[in-house]
Design a binder for this molecule. Structure first.
Ligand SMILES: NC(=O)c1ccc[n+]([C@@H]2O[C@H](COP(=O)([O-])OP(=O)(O)OC[C@H]3O[C@@H](n4cnc5c(N)ncnc54)[C@H](O)[C@@H]3O)[C@@H](O)[C@H]2O)c1
Length: 273
């Protein structure tokens, strides 16, 4: 049991595919903190994922929605308010997918049909979701909307490919929509930039193990895992972070501000010096 810091709050959590998913951990932590939840995922997740198992465990309604479809999101938002009996206090967008990455197409040869899909699913969906929340006046005052991102939005990690563009767009949408949501509805919008994490989406990135180990060595605290990301999300959904908005928040054990780790310096020592 947690400290019930989300007691009385209602939220929607996107993207819990299996127990490795960051969203899975977030849902479990929010539940333990007393929140009432609706879970959602792409319709295809009914075949390939275990979202239903989590919904049963947390006694949460599961409403499938494809984030590229306006009508699915409209249905999700109105049904969620109906089922939970009021406006929403928090929403987690934990959605990402790139066919170019999945099919290992080199960055210099991107397929643009796939790229459209990547940007639609991984970034524009954040705008679409917020537009639906806005139109339905679905967010309670001082509510909190969080999207998950990665530092490839700021720095080049070659294997992350077009997902870097998707994350850059996602972070920009958080700032731009965050302005309007803050000004007109007293709702905050942020992105959390998470360490490499061993999940279905994460492991799809080429050379993921090396990527993971490099970040772990570089970060003074080591990589942040999904469970600690869930703790951070809980704090972002709580009343303790009411004045934080339009930010990209690094949750990465210090990776983003480390130039080089002492262990890695060893590799560059001049053997003749
Ligand atoms: N794993 C990492 O290393 C890492 C690091 C930083 C940020 N992130 C981000 O965290 C988020 C969650 O990813 P994860 O690592 O937990 O992997 P995951 O594969 O468990 O989650 C991705 C989710 O996106 C859902 N999804 C894909 N297409 C969809 C659609 N059209 N409609 C609705 N849902 C759809 C999938 O079903 C899945 O549940 C993503 O935004 C990812 O980019 C991951």
């Amino acid at each position: 049991m947690g400290n019930q810091i989300l007691k009385g709050k209602r939220g929607i959590i996107f993207g819990a595919l299996n127990e490795n998913s960051i969203a899975w951990q977030v849902a479990e932590r929010c539940h333990a903190e007393g929140a009432q939840l609706v879970l959602t995922n792409a319709p295809v997740a009914a075949r390939v994922g275990q979202t239903e198992e989590l919904a049963k465990k947390l006694n949460a309604p599961l409403i499938y929605a494809d984030v590229t479809k306006m009508e699915d999101l409209e249905n999700l938002v109105s049904q969620s308010m109906e089922k939970m009996g009021g406006k929403l206090d928090f929403v987690l967008h934990s959605v990402g997918m790139s066919l170019n990455v999945r099919k290992k197409i080199p960055y210099t040869e991107l397929n643009y049909e796939y790229m459209h899909q990547t940007l639609d699913i991984s970034a524009m969906s954040f705008h679409r979701l917020m537009q639906v929340l806005w139109k339905h006046d679905a967010m309670a005052e001082w509510g909190s909307i969080v999207g998950l991102t990665y530092i490839a939005a700021q720095r080049v990690f070659p294997d992350y490919s077009e997902m870097a563009e998707a994350k850059t767009l996602l972070e920009s949408i958080a700032r731009s929509f965050g302005y309007h949501f803050g000004k007109h509805k007293k709702v905050r919008v942020n992105t959390i930039s998470q360490s490499p994490t061993k999940t279905t989406a994460g492991s799809g990135v080429g050379g993921f193990d090396a990527f993971f180990n490099y970040a772990d060595t570089m970060s003074p605290l080591g990589n942040a895992d999904a469970r600690s990301c869930a703790d951070y999300c809980v704090s972002m959904f709580s009343d303790y972070t009411r004045m934080v908005t339009m930010q990209n928040l690094f949750h990465d054990g210090g990776f983003s501000f480390t130039g080089i780790a002492a262990e890695l310096m060893e590799n560059f020592k001049d053997p003749n010096a």
